[in-house]
Ligand binder design. Sequence first.
Ligand SMILES: [Zn+2]
Length: 331
Amino acid sequence: MSLSRRAVLPILILAVAAVVPVAAQEPEEVPAGDAAVFQVRTISRGIHLFRPLQPTGRHTNSLVIERRDGLLVVDAQPTKEAALDLLAAIRGVTTAPLRYLVFTHPHVEASGGSDAFPPEVLRIASRGYRDSVADPEFGYQSEWRSYRGIPEPPESAEAGPEPQRRPVATLTLMGRTRLEDPLHPIVLLPVPHTHSPGDLLVYEPRAEIVAVGDLVFNNRNPYAGHARVKSWISQLNQLLTLNPKTIVPLRGGAVDVARVRNQRDALRWLKKQVEEQVAERVEGQKIPAAVLKLKDADRYFNTAVAPSNLPLLVQRLVDEVRKERREQGLE
Ligand SMILES: [Zn+2]
């Protein structure tokens, strides 16, 4: 039986492919980014914190965990460019395949660079993340523009296509979930609405390391644009019961439980002050300035930083305290 010409050609191609080294067929893609923007700290064997060397705000922290089944990366950087820098820096440490990308929350600072990761990487987030990125009212685009230095379009402008695709998680977690692995098992813990409507903790129980996104602020001044502060206080208490050795926030170096306790105490103190001001019928708009002028404010917050997240944080609490009083029939 003779082979037709149509059949010979594929066989020839297969034969040639068999002798060409794999590397020549598919040269390993070297990320185009600048690895030097990150410093790498190995917190525990196979667990690395990639932290921007300069606090320019264009990059954030990412935690990289070398599992037997590949790399698990926590948070995707604010933009695709920043994520390419991260991928280049990761390749300076390991050539293991990228397997999982976990978003700690739906802010651009944690998810905006998702498109730089290969499509086969499994994106994981909480149900609150899914709902937030699907919500046109959630300010994803304006946060993305501010990272790019792109001015907001005027209110009169016709709504065109959104400038940034909202990164969708492939796997939405409805509750506590465990990813088994002989080296680094991971517990993924969605938490109720705290810093954002979709916060998620990534816990490595053997090394007792937890990545918390923006649940903990290294700089003492939490951003509360989408926060529920009372719930934030209870979730910080939950985090303390986990008693991790190392806590990795989205910005700055890793911290320990003392920082969590300080932030919890700061939010508790602030809540008490706001409750008093509201009960004394101080006008809502005047409460942030009044509270931040109090003698103890500097003990709990860094009031010297400008522009500050603090007035917004106080305002969120004013709204929460008022709502609670209305529910109790006090207003
Ligand atoms: Zn955030």
